[in-house]
Design a protein around this ligand. Structure first.
Ligand code: HXC
Length: 260
């Protein structure tokens, strides 16, 4: 196992819940290539760890992530950016098949906002700010900010955010459907753990198939999506967890899911 330089990874932060914490404080968790690579590798390792059912991704109270590393990018040519192709790491993060909860406090800007949107759910602290300020640097979003943001908040709001660079508050993000809930600064991480723990009590097999099906809705038309959903639904009946879940209901007890 690697020991990451810019991340703290705790596989059992809570029962069945792992924590990945961005830890590059001096640069406000600016998403340097190596940091992105470490995130991708950490998530892949946690996906391969059967003790882990849900992953929480967080930064610090001050900053989730202030975006891609501007100092690094300032000297690059287009061809260098293409060769480095940092954004392809997004694809690895997106393939995380375990539920991923972002716990966001402070700045989530540019690539930081995009990182929160690759996660399946977002718990924000009251101080969280979500924005795509790239336009102010003479560039534009490149990690999903024109696509995921638009799907999450709608065209008018996404256009305004992307074209003015003006961030939105945690409460606005909640009203727009970009985040699941807002908690006081002292409690947002606990709130994210609570959400993660609720999911960790479910069948990991069913959770994986359900996550896949929800994500499919962004990729395909309704008929195809419903077909995909139906197949995954039938597939849950191949699991011991389905037998356990239904037996527990009928016996009026809590189920104990094993991920098989
Ligand atoms: C490199 C960064 C940085 C970044 C902050 N820093 N953001 N370094 N890349 N994205 C550095 C600052 O240069 C400074 O270094 C230190 O972190 C503290 O930042 P300050 O600006 O002094 O802090 P503050 O006044 O509190 O302002 C915080 C802030 C501001 C609002 C977050 O730093 C800011 O606007 N940052 C840039 C946000 C941004 O434009 N992000 C989009 C990047 S483009 P020193 O050495 O002076 O102490 C992008 C493209 C994504 O994300 C494409 C997909 C990968």
């Amino acid at each position: 196992p690697l020991s990451p330089q810019f991340l703290t990874v705790t596989p059992e932060a809570r029962p069945h819940v792992a924590l990945v914490q961005l830890n590059r404080p001096k640069e406000l968790n600016a998403l340097h290539y190596n940091l992105m690579l470490e995130i991708a590798q950490a998530l892949e390792e946690l996906c391969a760890n059967p003790a882990v059912r849900v992953i929480v991704l967080t930064g610090s109270e001050r900053v989730f992530a202030a975006g891609a590393d501007i100092k690094f990018m300032s000297e690059r040519t287009a061809v260098e950016m293409l060769e480095i192709d940092q954004i392809s790491l997004w694809e690895r993060i997106r393939k995380t098949h375990k539920p991923l909860v972002a716990a966001v406090s402070g700045f989530a800007l540019g690539g930081g906002c995009e990182l929160s949107m690759v996660c399946d759910m977002v718990v924000a602290s009251e101080t969280a700010q979500f924005g795509q300020p790239e336009i102010r640097l003479g560039i534009m979003p490149g990690g999903g900010g024109t696509q995921r943001l638009t799907r999450a908040v709608g065209k008018a709001r996404a256009m305004e955010m992307v074209l003015t660079g003006q961030p939105i508050s945690a409460q606005e993000a909640a009203d727009y459907g970009l985040v699941n809930r807002v908690a006081p600064v002292g409690q947002y991480l606990e709130e994210a753990y609570r959400l993660a723990a609720a999911i960790a009590r479910m069948s990991p097999v069913a959770a994986r198939l359900a996550k896949e099906a929800v994500n499919r809705s962004f990729e395909t038309h309704l008929d195809e999506g419903l077909n995909f959903e139906r197949k995954n639904f039938y597939l849950t009946f191949a699991s011991e967890d389905q037998k356990e879940g239904m037996a527990a209901f009928l016996e009026k007890r809590l189920p104990e899911f094993k991920g098989r």
